[in-house]
Structure formats: structure tokens, C-alpha cells
Design a binder for this molecule. Structure first.
Ligand code: ADP
Ligand code: SF4
Length: 689
């Protein structure tokens, strides 16, 4: 196929100062938990993006000096010449595919922990680190500190050019950099020429842009990433106030404006809280005050939406972090007319959790993300079949779907049997809950791919028993039968069943709600799971008209969603909707009309009226089939079945991302020789002598 003419504008080259972007697809900076610690993994991941057609591929934040040490977070690092080779590895792998390499130089100022370097953090004025409760403060910078910072930035820009970068960023975004801290009234209380009026607060940013242009501007484009609105009202920079004035003051200075909203949780809103293109209202003024190219983001996955951004004069380049993670080949798929093959980001922010947990990036939609170097996985290419095995995959949740897709792509004959009418397992069920509709893309993408594979047959309404498997005739069986929520209350807080849970029909699990069980109010949602679902169910029940209390032993609602940047938004939404939130309390008993709770610190008890309890504590694998097959091993052997393997939630319940990964991994690796060696390459620290 060839590209739809409607999308031609996305493939027009664009001049960025002294360099030329071959098209309008720009992978903006994004963290990945690999950075300076795993340079080969990092280089390979960015190289795959370049191969997938992005005209510009950027690093994440790259620390320019030991006083900007973001440890324990793993970001890029360019403290001195010793860091150049690792970054050169990345620029080379980008250049191999004809893309431009961009680097986001950062001095994190008061946001730097400096836990590794033990330098004293710096800020425009004396201030506590806003990003942690650490008992440490940043010191106010003297004029000589400002001169030092400018010199460090200039040197980093020169080193970045040596490392092969074509676009050098001055980073003023997310409230995570010194030039931004100088812009902010709340952090800049200086009385010298760097504080007070906006002209004075902009001075440092202007100087750093000028320094960078002077140092590398002849051969590199200088980009500014600016958060034009902090979404803090009058307490922060606002687009149609100082945001606009800042861009106007510096309008023609950089070669490229990369504009967004701050902080990171506002910039990378999940699909639960924002739709595609959600930043337009804040950034649309930018092109009216500068003639320089403008790039912006908005979780763009639809080529029509992208074209519209350019045609309507909002953006010149389509910026993407998450859409490029979910599908590194997004530009090439538009180019080749394969738009339906785009693996669209679902906006879940599991990718962000890699940075937050200081481990390599993972993606729900793209299980190869982060595995490009260490496992040699490619998002679009799979190894050819190595034998004549035939497969029966039982269960068409995310794990079974992905497993069947990759086995089919490898050329194997696969039957995918699903007990129910619908495919997609838990994703399909959860995507019907408030705010999660976009998650259905996990199923949609895979079904579309499966429908194009001749060698895969999907059998719906086909509950599979152990006998069915023995008679089926497949040489390999994959069990992807999922999991169910426990009804007895056992989880993190209660290691024994909760008294009363066994007696009452009024104790419901999410599975009961999916199958339409009757709920009586008032309802207590007991959330000892701590990811998104408890909060989503509270929201749904409130929407259904019930009086709802969310009770959790954690100190906040949906505690793990701190790692997906949503926790604050979830708790705010539930409180504003009228859900009663009780934290730091465990549910210890239910008598059919009330629950008894106990404070996690003091043990002090209290009761709450509850006609129903919805319990989310932990899940149990659906392992009956696996256990039944284990009982008949000789019949399994006699049937010529070489292997029976449980994958995804039916092995151990986890995230949707983990289920997809498990399906993908099985399909790639089932025919690998098993031994005790580590299943992936590791990057070992060099021991210099
Ligand atoms: P995972 O996240 O591991 O993919 P899910 O719970 O989302 O798991 O999906 C499991 C799927 O397996 C569900 O759609 C369920 O209906 C199906 N399933 C479970 N047991 C059987 C069985 N014995 N035969 C066929 N399908 C099954
Ligand atoms: Fe999108 Fe989720 Fe993948 Fe991140 S992890 S890129 S939000 S699908």
C-alpha cells in the first residue's frame, strides 16, 4: 500500500536552524529508566524509533553537572568527557536510520537530589526540594553560581555536539530546570537583575539560549522546551499571561519551540483524565507570536488529528513520547498506508512507572519496549518458525491474544480458544468502566492483526477442558486463562479471611460487578489492591447512584498510581464527586449491615454502615485446567503434547502489561534451549585499571 495523500503534509521536510528534519514526526524527550546506567539498551531503543520513521529522536533529561544529580532516578548524564561515548552510541544508532538526534540538557536546580554527588542543590532563592520530603534545601545562587551554570551549560552543549547530536535543547519545562525556576515568581524571590519583573526572570533563559546558539548554533539547532502553562492558576505561569509574554520576548531566538504544559503529570495525562490533543488550548497561541517551527504533544495517534494540528496552524511538528513508545513505527505505518496497523497508545502510563521505579521502561501495548538490546526484540520483526509445532492457546485475554499474534506472525498454526463470546479478557471488561474506554485498544490492535493471519483460527464460545486438550491434536498448549478476584479478603493487610465475608451474599468482587450482580447501598469499596481499579469502581458505583465509601489501608487512594502520575488526580476526582475516602484503615469484619474497620497505626476500631462490600484485595490464578492436566501426565505424553505452559494472570496475576509481555515472550522463546543462564544481556560496569 502507499500513503494516503491526505497525510502528505506530515512528510514534508522542515528546516530547524542549520539542520533539516525529514518529516513532521518528532519523538520528544522521554525518560526510560535506562539512561546513563544502560547506554546500549538506551541507544538500541532510540535507534528503533529512528528506524520507525521519526525525523527527530531525543534523549530524556540529560544532567549537565554533578550539582544536577537526579539519583536514584536513572536519566541521561553529561557531566564531563567521560559521558560522551555513551551518548555517541545513541546518536550513531539514530543517524544510521537518517534521523536527527536531539539532546535535552538539564540542570535540575532545586529538584536535584545530589544524593550521589553530594553537591549542595541550587535555586534562584533559598528553597526546600519541592519533589520530596527530604530534609535538605537548595541554596540561593550567587552571581558567580549563575556564571558557573552558564559555563556548564555551554560546555555540555559543545560535548553534545561532539557526541553527534543535531538538536540541542535548553530545557525550561515541567518545573524541573533552573531556567524554569528563575521564571517562576514562587521560586524566584531575587532582588537583582535576575528576579522581580518578568524581563528579569527571563534573563537567565535568554542568556542560556544565546550561549548555546553561540557555542553550537552554527551546526546544531537550538530548541527550547517551555511549559507555557503550569495549570496552577495565578500561582504559576499561565498560557495567556506570562506564558505568552515569555514566548513573545524570546520569539525568534531559538530554532525550534517545543511547548507543553507542566508539571509532568499534566503533560502526560492518562487517557482516564484527558483525550488526544488535550494541550491544544494552552499552546495554540505560540505560532501567533513566533515564526520559528513549533512542536507540541497531545498523545497523538490519529494521522487525521496530526494533519489537523498542522493545517490549522497549531503545530509544525507532531511531538510524541507515549505514541512513539507504544508504536516506534507509527510514522512508517502512515507512510506505507498501514494506518490500521498502528499500535495505539492506551494512555495508561505504565511507561512512566519505569522511570518512577528506576528500572527500564515497559509498555502495555509494546512488549518489546526496553528489550531491543538486551533481548534483541524488534517491535515489527519476529523470528521465523523453527519447526512444525502446532499450538492451542486457551484464553483470549491480553496474554493469549498477544501469544497467538506472535506465533501466527512466526508462521505457526495456532488455534485460540475462548470460553466466552467476547475477546480481550479483563481488558474488555475493564474498558467498560468509567475513563478506561481507550484501553480497549489492547484488544482492538491484536484482533485486527489476528484477523489478517491465515494460520490463526479464533474459536469463540469454546470453553476448553483437560479432555478437549488431550483430543485436540496440538503439539504445544498455552494456558492463558486469567485470574479472578478473591472473595475472602486475603491480601496485603489481611493474611487470614475477613470474618463475615464468607457468610454474606453482599460481599462482591469486581468479577461479580462485571456479571451484573445486584449492589445495595451504602457500599464500602475495600481497596487493598492499590492500583487503579478500586478507585474506578468507586467512581462507577457513585455514578450509578450509590452512596460510596472507599476504605483503604494505604495512606491514599490508588496508592500505586503515583507511578503512573495519576494518584493526585484520582483522589481529587473521587473527593469532588462525593466518595467518602477513609485511609490508613483496615477492614476487619462485616456483619451484613456494617463493616468494622481498624486504624492501621493504633488499632482503634470504628464501624461504618454497609449493605454491600466490594472487595479488591488480591487475585487467584484460574489454574484448574493446569492442575487437571498435571494429574494426567501420561495421557498428555500419549497425546503427543510436548509442552503445556501457563502464561499471564493464570500463572501469577499482574498488570495487563505483564500479561502482554508474557504472551509475547512465550511466542518468541518457547523454542529456545533452556539452561540456567540469564535470559537477557546485561550491561556490566566497566572496571578501569
Ligand atoms: P490475561 O490477563 O492473563 O490475559 P484474562 O483474565 O484477561 O487473562 O483473560 C483470560 C481469558 O481466558 C478470559 O477471556 C477467559 O474467558 C478465558 N478462559 C479462561 N478459562 C478458559 C477455558 N478453560 N477455556 C477457554 N477460555 C478460557
Ligand atoms: Fe501508552 Fe501505556 Fe505504552 Fe505508555 S505504557 S506508551 S501510556 S500504552
Amino acid at each position: 500500500m502507499s500513503r494516503d495523500r491526505r497525510f502528505d503534509i506530515l512528510f514534508e521536510p522542515l528546516k530547524l536552524g542549520p539542520v533539516i528534519a525529514k518529516n513532521r514526526f518528532f519523538q520528544v524527550p522521554h525518560c526510560n529508566g535506562m539512561g546513563h546506567a544502560r547506554p546500549r539498551s538506551h541507544a538500541a531503543m532510540r535507534g528503533v524509533k529512528a528506524e520507525g520513521g521519526w525525523a527527530v529522536v531525543s534523549t530524556e533529561e540529560v544532567e549537565i553537572h554533578p550539582s544536577s544529580d537526579l539519583s536514584p532516578y536513572v536519566e541521561g548524564r553529561l557531566w564531563d568527557d567521560a559521558d560522551v561515548p555513551a551518548l555517541a552510541l545513541m546518536s550513531q544508532s539514530i543517524h544510521e536510520h537518517g534521523a536527527l538526534a536531539a539532546i535535552e540538557l538539564v540542570h535540575a536546580g532545586m529538584n536535584a537530589s545530589n544524593l550521589y554527588s553530594r553537591e549542595v542543590p541550587m535555586a534562584p532563592s533559598h528553597v526546600a526540594n519541592p519533589a520530596s520530603y527530604a530534609p535538605a534545601q537548595a541554596r540561593a545562587m550567587s552571581k558567580s553560581d549563575i556564571r558557573d551554570f552558564r559555563r556548564w551549560h555551554r560546555r555540555a552543549a559543545i560535548r553534545a555536539r561532539q557526541a553527534g547530536f543535531d538538536v540541542i535543547y535548553v530545557y525550561t519545562g515541567h518545573s524541573l530546570s533552573l531556567p524554569m525556576h528563575f521564571l517562576q515568581k514562587r521560586n524566584n524571590r531575587r532582588t537583582d537583575e535576575y528576579g522581580g519583573s518578568l524581563v528579569n526572570r527571563v534573563r537567565l533563559l535568554r542568556e542560556v539560549i544565546e550561549d548555546t546558539k553561540e557555542a553550537v548554533g552554527a551546526s546544531c539547532a537550538v530548541a527550547v522546551r517551555l511549559a507555557v502553562d503550569e495549570l496552577r492558576g495565578a500561582h504559576g505561569i499561565q498560557a495567556y499571561d506570562e506564558g505568552q509574554e515569555i514566548v513573545a520576548m524570546l520569539a525568534e531566538l531559538p530554532d525550534l519551540w517545543d511547548v507543553n504544559v507542566s508539571d509532568w503529570s499534566n503533560d502526560s495525562k492518562t487517557s482516564r483524565f484527558a483525550a488526544e490533543g488535550y494541550q491544544e488550548e494552552f499552546v495554540r497561541f505560540v505560532k501567533t507570536v513566533t515564526t520559528k517551527p513549533v512542536v507540541g504533544v497531545g498523545r497523538f495517534t490519529s494521522p487525521d488529528a496530526m494533519v489537523s494540528q498542522i493545517r490549522r496552524g497549531i503545530l509544525d511538528m507532531i511531538g510524541a513520547a507515549r505514541p512513539s513508545i507504544a508504536d516506534p513505527f507509527l510514522p512508517n505505518k502512515i507512510q506505507s498506508g498501514d494506518v490500521d496497523d498502528i499500535r495505539e497508545c492506551i494512555g495508561c502510563n505504565v511507561c512512566v512507572s519505569g522511570d518512577y521505579t528506576m528500572t527500564p521502561i515497559r509498555c502495555t501495548q509494546n512488549p518489546t519496549m526496553g528489550e531491543e538490546w538486551r533481548k534483541g526484540w524488534h517491535p515489527e520483526r519476529v523470528p521465523e518458525r523453527t519447526g512444525d509445532d502446532t499450538f492451542l492457546v486457551v484464553g483470549a485475554g491480553p496474554s493469549g491474544l498477544e501469544c497467538a499474534r506472535v506465533l501466527g506472525r512466526r508462521g505457526y498454526t495456532v488455534h485460540l480458544a475462548e470460553a466466552g463470546d467476547q475477546l480481550g479478557g479483563r481488558v474488555t471488561l475493564e474498558s467498560r468502566l468509567p475513563g478506561l474506554a481507550v484501553w480497549a485498544r489492547v484488544t482492538d490492535y491484536r484482533l485486527h492483526q489476528l484477523n489478517m493471519l491465515q494460520s490463526v483460527e479464533i474459536l469463540r464460545r469454546s470453553p476448553v477442558s483437560a479432555n478437549d486438550i488431550l483430543e485436540f491434536g496440538a503439539t504445544r498448549v498455552v494456558l492463558a486463562t486469567g485470574a479472578h478476584w478473591r472473595r475472602d479478603g486475603i491480601g496485603r493487610a489481611n493474611t487470614d479471611p475477613i470474618p463475615g465475608f464468607d457468610l454474606s451474599h453482599s460481599v462482591l468482587t469486581p468479577d461479580d460487578l462485571y456479571s451484573g450482580a445486584a449492589v445495595k447501598g451504602p457500599v464500602v469499596v475495600f481497596d487493598d489492591d492499590h492500583y487503579y481499579l478500586g478507585g474506578v469502581i468507586a467512581e462507577k458505583l457513585l455514578g450509578d447512584g450509590f452512596e460510596v465509601t472507599l476504605l483503604t489501608p494505604a495512606d491514599r487512594v490508588s496508592a500505586w498510581t503515583v507511578n503512573t502520575l495519576e494518584q493526585h488526580a484520582i483522589q481529587k476526582r473521587l473527593l469532588e464527586m462525593g466518595v467518602d475516602v477513609i485511609v490508613n484503615n483496615n477492614l476487619i469484619e462485616f456483619d451484613g449491615s456494617s463493616v468494622t474497620m481498624a486504624c492501621c497505626y493504633t488499632g482503634r476500631r470504628a464501624t461504618l454502615p454497609a449493605a454491600s462490600v466490594v472487595t479488591l484485595t488480591s487475585r487467584l490464578p484460574n489454574e484448574d485446567l493446569a492442575l487437571a492436566l498435571r494429574e494426567v501426565q501420561s495421557a498428555v505424553d500419549a497425546a503427543g503434547i510436548v509442552s503445556i505452559t501457563s502464561i499471564g494472570d493464570c500463572l501469577a496475576p499482574s498488570t495487563i502489561a505483564a500479561a502482554v509481555y508474557a504472551g509475547h515472550r512465550y511466542a518468541r522463546e518457547f523454542d529456545r534451549a533452556l539452561d540456567d543462564s540469564v535470559a537477557f544481556h546485561r550491561e556490566m560496569p566497566g572496571i578501569a585499571t
